[in-house]
Design a protein around this ligand. Sequence first.
Ligand SMILES: NC(=O)c1ccc[n+]([C@@H]2O[C@H](COP(=O)([O-])OP(=O)(O)OC[C@H]3O[C@@H](n4cnc5c(N)ncnc54)[C@H](OP(=O)(O)O)[C@@H]3O)[C@@H](O)[C@H]2O)c1
Length: 463
Amino acid sequence: MILGASEGGVSGRRVGPLSGTPKLPTAVLRSQARPGLSARARIWHHGSMDTISPTDRAYHVVLHGATGFTGRLVAEHLAAHHQDEGLRWAIAGRDEARLVELRDRIRSRFPESGPIGLVVADNHDPGSMARLAASAAVVATTVGPYVRHGEPLVAACVAHRTDYVDLTGEPQFVRRTIDCHHDDATAAGVRIVHCCGFDSIPSDLGTFALQEAAIARDGRPCDEVKFLLQDIRGGVSGGTIASMVDLLEDARSTDVARVVSDPYGLNPEGERHGPDTPDQAGVLRDPVTRSWTGPFVMAPVNTRVVRRTNALLDHRYGREFRYSEVVDTGTGLRGAVRATLLAAGITAFRGAMHARPTRALLRRFALPSPGEGPSPQSIESGHFTALLSGRRGGSEVLRATVHADRDPGYGATAIMLAESALCLALPGEEPSGVPGVVTPASAMGHALIGRLGRRGVHVRVQD
Ligand SMILES: NC(=O)c1ccc[n+]([C@@H]2O[C@H](COP(=O)([O-])OP(=O)(O)OC[C@H]3O[C@@H](n4cnc5c(N)ncnc54)[C@H](OP(=O)(O)O)[C@@H]3O)[C@@H](O)[C@H]2O)c1
């Protein structure tokens, strides 16, 4: 159900043409002037991916799952920062009363936020998914666990030619939508962009920025990029725990094993090979920085997203490109001890979450429930810094950092998801990129780096 004129006064209006966005055939025609590149790469090269999202929609952006913990933060970001951009947007969820309450709360906190539409939609009601998809140029969704609830909305967005962004970190869900929807989304010119949060934007955009700078400076990319998480402070929400539990419960299923055991598990079929090996599980000393490193829990999804970006961009980073992610725990004995504790802690947590009785105990007494998450103070005081070390022949040749002064999974993630949606939707934005089930860097590249930088999530290359 779409509640419009009487509620927010916007759903009956039409969104104007998304300016600066010629239709796809024009780009393909133009791209034919560059032999030697595939159509996808040529569209990328021209830096003018044609937004073919329908222009005749009630909203630029609908945020689905707005009543959840992360959804509320995304809604607040949109209300706080985008009233001056001519944005027409709506919040969506399955419970109308909670949506009305949320909208009232947003209006009282951000009186200048302008009209906010309401869309009532349940992911398990195909009719409401169709109406939701048809109402917007871009749908951003925080309804998770995605593997449980996500696919009907992806299908509806492909069918209605609506661009889509989400926060999934569930690799088996991404693999499923690639298998089921990539070809149709490509044919329709729709961008289904998963992993637009802390997983995997810092990894994907950091690597993209580093490689683009290497190509611009040296005429060739780095042959290896290593992501070292150097500093992180943040909390966790019940929705993230629920998604993690789903992933661990499914860990032995074919779907999860197929992706997690294969470093190229999210690559296009026929391109699931390369020089990378499984993610680091133990403690190692990095040969370039000399610091100790332990496993990074998000590496199984982030690394595969970065490799998919490379494949979608016609191996712009090279066919022999290597990518890995670790947590940097510092140098000396202290660094070694911290890396050992980290590796042991991850193993113990995974073990506890695998076994039903300990999982139940953890969820009851130690972990947040759905709808709960870190306090506003903890979100404000959170931060993260990742170093991306670009290497050739084992020596570092270029560095990039990704940094934000906000809790990575919530404060910074809300900015990343909101700005991704706006990047695809707003007049004046001309995101470069490829259609299909794609990645943040292959869909939005430089345009998203610019947007995020203006909102406090900084991707910087250091010479
Ligand atoms: N990538 C990242 O860095 C990152 C960061 C944060 C979160 N996440 C992911 O984002 C997701 C949400 O996390 P969260 O903590 O915000 O979770 P949450 O508070 O539990 O919110 C989940 C939302 O989904 C809605 N929902 C559930 N089933 C639905 C259905 N059938 N139809 C429509 N809506 C439905 C809920 O509606 P009600 O309000 O009506 O219950 C709620 O609004 C999780 O998958 C989490 O892993 C990822």
